[in-house]
Design a protein around this ligand. Structure first.
Ligand SMILES: NC(=O)c1ccc[n+]([C@@H]2O[C@H](COP(=O)([O-])OP(=O)(O)OC[C@H]3O[C@@H](n4cnc5c(N)ncnc54)[C@H](OP(=O)(O)O)[C@@H]3O)[C@@H](O)[C@H]2O)c1
Length: 289
């Protein structure tokens, strides 16, 4: 999710050229269109869903730092326009976006920008037109995963006709489930505990006709999908900077993954220009089956 969802996700051009390093032979390619041409919007079916995620890390493995009160935040030097453009190219190919309750809190408080709709950001103004040309609905559906069910209402951040579901586990508080249902949000119960389980969530979304989900949540939902064998692709940007910071968040704060965490490289692009000349690499991986 929020990798580049800060309120101003970096200024700068998206007319950069990348060097594709893998697969070889190496060759220059335009940044714009680099991930659109993957054609992910043709991947996945309700019976065989395609789930993809995208994270941005520093060389020292930070996806966010934490302030003195413990609240995580995205340092300004981490995010940049080129990375955000590719984030948006992945975003516009989804038929549903999976986020979580914490993001709704940050969004409502104005600490993160709105990434629940396609076409809201300068780096992706033409992407609604691209969706239309592909025959996709105007906007992807939104799924909010939450065990607590304690977050602000999402409707103000969505288009009026945009579908929005809340996903939780069987042991979530019944009064909170009833609260959201009363507000008109369908609640998908997809897990035997309070948390959502990846396979059950994708089954529920499949029954609703969705087959391609972009995870714009954090490491918790990444883990949920990876451990359940539901993750199809991980897009990962390494920005060439050491962030430091003693309190930080990483991509995998949970227990060891072992072999589940082994990923095969599908593509690697080098961007020498951004951020501020240090550069970054955009990698695409698939979990080993
Ligand atoms: N650099 C990047 O690419 C990147 C990407 C993502 C996030 N970040 C940043 O990293 C920091 C931490 O991210 P985060 O807040 O997203 O952390 P997180 O620990 O992944 O998410 C926490 C919340 O997600 C919900 N959740 C997670 N797994 C769930 C499951 N299986 N079932 C139901 N709900 C589940 C829970 O919501 P409830 O509390 O509502 O139950 C939980 O409190 C933030 O600063 C964020 O902005 C950076």
């Amino acid at each position: 999710m929020a990798k580049s969802a800060e309120t101003n996700p970096g200024a700068g051009s998206v007319e950069s050229t990348l060097l594709r390093l893998y697969p070889d032979p190496a060759e220059p390619v335009a940044l714009t269109g680099c991930y659109l041409q993957l054609g992910l919007h043709r991947f996945g079916t309700p019976q065989a869903p395609f789930v993809y995620a995208n994270f941005l890390s520093s060389l020292d493995g930070r996806i966010a730092l934490a302030a003195s009160d413990g609240r995580p935040y995205l340092p300004r030097s981490l995010t940049n326009a080129n990375d955000f453009r590719l984030f948006l190219e992945l975003h516009c190919q989804a038929d549903c976006l999976i986020t979580h309750g914490s993001y709704l809190k940050e969004l409502a408080a104005g600490r993160l920008g709105n990434i629940l709709q396609v076409g809201l950001h300068a780096q992706g103004k033409q992407l609604p037109g691209w969706r239309s040309l592909q025959g996709l609905p105007d906007q992807p559906a939104v799924v909010i995963a939450s065990a607590s069910l304690d977050f602000p209402p999402p409707r103000a951040f969505l288009q009026p006709e945009q579908a929005c579901y809340i996903a939780t586990g069987q042991q979530a508080r019944a009064e909170r489930v009833a609260y959201w249902q009363d507000q008109g949000y369908p609640v998908l119960v997809a897990g035997t505990r309070r948390e959502v389980e990846g396979g059950l969530l994708m089954d529920a979304l499949g029954r609703l006709g969705y087959g391609r989900a972009y995870l714009i949540a954090g490491p918790g939902m990444l883990e949920t999908m990876l451990r359940d064998g539901c993750l199809s692709r991980l897009f990962h940007t390494t920005t060439h900077q050491l962030l430091g910071g003693t309190d930080f968040r990483s991509l995998s704060p949970g227990p060891e993954y072992g072999r589940l965490g082994h990923l095969r490289l599908l593509s690697l692009h080098y961007d020498s220009s951004s951020p501020a000349g240090a550069g970054q690499c955009f990698a695409q991986f698939e979990p080993l089956k």
